[in-house]
Design a protein around this ligand. Structure first.
Ligand SMILES: *[C@@H]1O[C@H](CO)[C@@H](O)[C@H](O)[C@H]1NC(C)=O
Ligand SMILES: *[C@@H]1O[C@H](CO)[C@@H](O)[C@H](O)[C@H]1NC(C)=O
Length: 492
């Protein structure tokens, strides 16, 4: 008996303790109770429940006063904002913008969109506003939140810097210190942040590595976007033991609560990362990216250019004429062929031609008329140079000329920036922008597998024109070999 007493006491002690803790949980300190989110907390944009987008345009959550050289002067004190910075090729930076806007939706903040950087273009191309490329009003109406750009909140005009095309319209204003989150030092082996372009809007940032690793899937570097969203809320923001890197003034600043800012958010995802953008159910596409339409002036330019390529008169009020676009990406993909010989690695034009035939077939299946070669022209966009670069082992003598001769022989058209004077008339950015437009405004598209530029063009074609898009595989000899989808194909 004696020996069982301690056991009994132990059981009773546990029973009382748990009962007490339950009672305490029910009647005691509020701190132990899960509390509902207080959505009246100022930073949750009270104004967002007003109709934020009207037919006259967007309501913009900024002070009704001239824009000063300090963004802090412009922000509404009881409103939350979010920003992040580009640091990749342009298409990937566009994807990063969609991530930023989705994070804005998830955190109920207003996005402040940064300008794009000329990563694959000469530095003298300068920075370009998001709103010069995309239709901000339409996007704002599509997702029903207001959208700001950095020059809406900070006057960066600077006479000296404006003389240099590399710094025109940016880098001016007052240098402002701010604390931001950095994903990059936690994602790979890098120790630095990847938000260097924050300097172009004159921010002196003290970066704090995100206090967790939350890969969407094991062994990939894409962080979970929803986990990042928690950092934009008061409880999630209170991560333990944050150690900010000092900024250039040597100040260590905790991440800002009003302006939730992050370094580089290309490598993020919700359930898969990487390919999830291109999945049928891809949420980033469905919730945000499909609303990112071309800005009307850029679209008009593309329309005009297309008319000239197709040899028809340009009438601005007419709809864009139907065509099939092909994106043959070769230049930089060659470098990842490794031991596979180039002629075996890059898909031949015949593989693209086979896909074009399938696109015509698919369009007929969808009820499009006039899909014959005569009536529905093909326009080729490629990074293959017009003339073979000399002294470059990756270009056998005459290879570029051979490529373009084959394009001509197939009866396909191509984009000629030299004749159209794209760079002289509109600047270097417009070579890339017009090509992206032309890739996405046809009713058919054939692209290069694994290219984000191709993949996004395909989705745009499918979404905006109800068109048909296919990708050509590459990497080994006959990588794209496949059975023709329909016997009907033989008839055309
Ligand atoms: C920005 O500042 C410049 C120089 O002070 C001034 O000329 C310009 O009007 C300002 N722009 C805006 C939008 O306030
Ligand atoms: C198809 O082409 C014919 C002849 O080129 C033209 O008359 C007709 O309007 C076109 N149909 C459509 C739907 O574009």
């Amino acid at each position: 008996m004696l020996s069982s007493r301690p056991t009994l006491w132990a059981i009773l002690a546990v029973f009382f303790a748990s009962t007490l803790s339950t009672l305490w949980y029910i009647y005691g300190s509020n701190a132990a109770l899960p509390r509902p989110l207080d959505l009246t907390t100022p930073l949750w944009c009270p104004a967002i429940d007003k109709p934020s987008v009207t037919t006259e345009g967007s309501f913009l959550p900024v002070k009704d006063a001239p824009i000063t050289p300090r963004f802090r002067d412009t922000l509404l004190p009881d409103h939350g904002y979010i920003t992040a910075f580009p640091h990749a090729g342009w298409t990937n930076d566009v994807m990063g913008t969609a991530h930023l806007i989705l994070l804005a939706l998830l955190t109920r903040r207003t996005p402040i969109i940064p300008p794009y950087h000329p990563s694959h273009l000469p530095k003298a191309s300068g920075l370009i506003r998001f709103g010069e490329i995309f239709d901000v009003k339409k996007l704002s109406a599509g997702i029903n939140i207001p959208i700001l750009e950095w020059d809406d909140v900070k006057n960066m005009t600077d006479e000296e810097r404006n003389k240099d095309p590399r710094t025109r319209n940016y880098w001016g204003g007052e240098k402002e210190e701010v604390g931001c989150w950095a994903l990059w030092p936690t994602q790979g082996t890098a120790t630095r942040h990847r938000g260097v372009s924050a300097e172009s809007v004159n921010l002196d940032v003290s970066w704090t590595p995100v206090p967790f690793g939350h890969p969407v899937k094991p062994h990939i570097i894409d962080w979970n976007l929803h986990a990042l969203a928690e950092l934009g809320f008061p409880e999630g923001h209170k991560a333990p033991e944050l150690i900010p890197f000092p900024n250039s003034a040597g100040h260590q600043i905790d991440p800002d609560e009003q302006l939730f800012c992050l370094d580089f958010i290309y490598f993020v995802g919700l359930y898969e990362g990487g390919n999830e953008w291109w999945r049928e159910s891809g949420m980033i596409w469905h919730s945000v990216a499909r609303h990112m339409h071309w800005a009307p002036p850029l679209r008009s330019l593309a329309h005009e250019f297309l008319s000239s390529i197709l040899g028809i008169p340009y009438i601005s009020t007419d709809p864009i004429p139907p065509y099939i676009a092909i994106h043959v990406r070769r230049n930089d993909f060659k470098k990842i062929c490794h031991s596979v010989a180039q002629e075996e690695c890059m898909a031949p034009l015949s593989a693209y031609a086979k896909r074009v035939a399938e696109v015509r077939e698919g369009l007929r299946g969808k009820g499009f008329k006039n899909t014959s070669e005569e009536e529905l022209k093909v326009i080729v966009l490629s990074d293959e140079p017009r003339t073979t670069p000399p002294n470059d082992a990756s270009y056998p003598p005459g290879s570029s000329e051979k490529f373009w001769k084959e394009v001509d022989d197939l009866g396909w058209l191509w984009v000629d920036h030299d004749t159209w004077g794209t760079v002289e008339k509109y600047g270097m950015w417009y070579t890339v922008l017009l090509e992206a437009c032309i890739q996405s405004l046809g009713i058919g598209f054939v692209g290069t597998d694994k290219s984000t530029m191709s993949s996004i063009a395909m989705r745009r074609t499918q979404e905006w024109s109800g068109g048909v898009g296919l990708l050509v595989k590459w990497g080994t000899l006959n990588a794209d070999a496949h059975k023709i989808r329909s016997l009907m194909l033989e008839d055309f």
